[in-house]
Design a protein around this ligand. Structure first.
Ligand code: SCA
Ligand code: MG
Length: 382
């Protein structure tokens, strides 16, 4: 078994942004909201944290049976826009998976996983009519959901949801039943995070997670309902609202999700976010594993490009997964010139500090904190 599978599980998650309802408050800087789910306090990983919908990839997501659910225009995978030559390729997209036999390309399977998990956890179905795939283009703007009359009645859909939760292969049956396909084209590769060794959950749970962006226009955020199990609450919030709820200690957001919300903060319009995300996606991305540096008064999660990020990070935790310093965070910040780090002074006092050029035509997070007096080197702040 490869180290990839032994040391962590592979997963996919989606930054689901929705707007277009016309009912947004005029005082808000944002015309869209993002879906966050609260994990169960009983979860073995990130209990009670707010996260984007997502979860572990299943063999059913890679099933060649998806190929028989073809839109008439041709094989599903061929319809995804190719990456630009020289684009970044995170290992989870490039890995060979001989154990799965003839399987879908990982790029397709991880999208199916993210879409299936969004249905399981939030009841939101990101599908498109099989017959409409050819005319589905991200150039047309944010995606649309199926018309409500195309969905089964509520109780029947709820039963499908339970079936998919029990057995991920039922998701393909649901798509077949509805003559629809997962809307792979609405998801845009955004980033890839690997849980730091020192932050593994119970039983050593770590995740190599593909993050996708999906923008939904028309009709406002769809109704999301939690599953009363793995997920105990759902909420649509603007990036600012989510960050403020975190700062006020009403919710707790894990560092990767916090970083991504600070990136979304650059975009006040759903259309701009969609255009940026769909055009940037052809550049691909690289995998980021934060490396923890424990200081005397808090900790820093170093990211690639930071001058303290190790040349050869310990991916598996067999050498030196956690760095320590007897210095204070303030000193570690003053001494550094190249910054790409998440600074945690305590659980809710977290700041992203970055002054390096982002790779793959990405955008840096904005620092959403007027109280970051210590962080004189952060490039951007509100
Ligand atoms: C973690 C993932 C990948 C999603 O993983 P999930 O655990 O949700 O996977 P899943 O397949 O959706 O979940 C199924 C899990 O839910 C459990 N489950 C099902 N029903 C349940 C119920 N009623 N109550 C409690 N748990 C339930 C199942 O047993 C299973 O757990 P089991 O199979 O597990 O038993 C994602 O949320 C994510 O966004 N990851 C981002 C990358 C990352 O690693 N971020 C955190 C970095 S950590 C970090 O930085 C630490 C922060 C810090 O301290 O500084
Ligand atoms: Mg999950």
């Amino acid at each position: 078994m490869s180290s990839r599978v032994r040391h962590w599980r592979e997963a996919a998650t989606v930054l689901l942004a929705a707007g277009g309802g016309g009912g947004g408050s005029s005082s808000s800087r944002f015309d869209y909201k993002v879906l966050l789910l609260r994990r169960s306090p009983r979860s073995a990983f990130l209990p009670s944290a707010h996260v984007f919908p997502g979860g572990v990839v299943d063999a059913a997501d890679f099933s060649a049976d998806w190929l028989h659910l073809l839109p008439p225009e041709g094989p599903l995978p061929l319809l995804l826009p190719p990456l630009r030559a020289g684009a970044g390729r995170a290992p989870l997209f490039a890995a060979e998976r001989p154990e799965l036999g003839t399987a879908l390309p990982a790029d397709v399977a991880f999208r199916i996983c993210a879409i299936r998990e969004t249905f399981e956890e939030a009841g939101v179905l990101l599908l498109v009519e099989a017959g409409e795939v050819a005319s589905t283009s991200s150039a047309q703007g944010p995606a649309r959901l199926l018309a409500p009359e195309r969905l089964p009645p509520g109780p029947e859909l709820a039963e499908w949801r339970r079936r998919v939760q029990r057995q991920p292969a039922a998701f393909l049956q649901l798509c077949r039943h509805l003559s629809c396909v997962p809307n792979l084209w609405a998801l845009h590769e955004w980033s890839n995070w690997l849980t730091p060794v020192g932050r593994a959950g119970r039983g050593g749970r770590r995740y190599d997670t593909a993050f996708y962006l999906c923008c939904l226009g028309h009709g406002g955020p769809p109704e999301a309902s939690h599953d009363r199990g793995e997920v105990t609450a759902c909420q649509w919030s603007s990036p600012l609202e989510a960050i403020e709820l975190f700062k006020s200690q009403d919710i707790w957001i894990a560092p990767p999700q916090f970083y991504e919300l600070c990136r979304l903060y650059n975009f006040s319009s759903l259309h701009d976010l969609h255009r940026f995300g769909s055009e940037r996606a052809v550049e691909g991305c690289e995998r980021w594993m934060p490396v923890i540096l424990v200081a005397s008064d808090g900790h820093i999660q170093l990211l690639p490009g930071d001058e303290l990020y190790p040349d050869d990070p310990d991916l598996t935790g067999e050498r030196k997964p956690i760095l320590t310093s007897n210095k204070k965070i303030e000193d570690l910040m003053k001494e550094a010139r190249k910054l790409h780090r998440i600074v945690a002074r305590d659980l809710h006092n977290v700041t992203v500090c970055v002054n390096i050029q982002p790779k793959y035509k990405h955008v840096n997070p904005l620092v959403v904190d007027s109280k970051v007096g210590n962080n004189a080197d952060c490039n951007s702040r509100l």
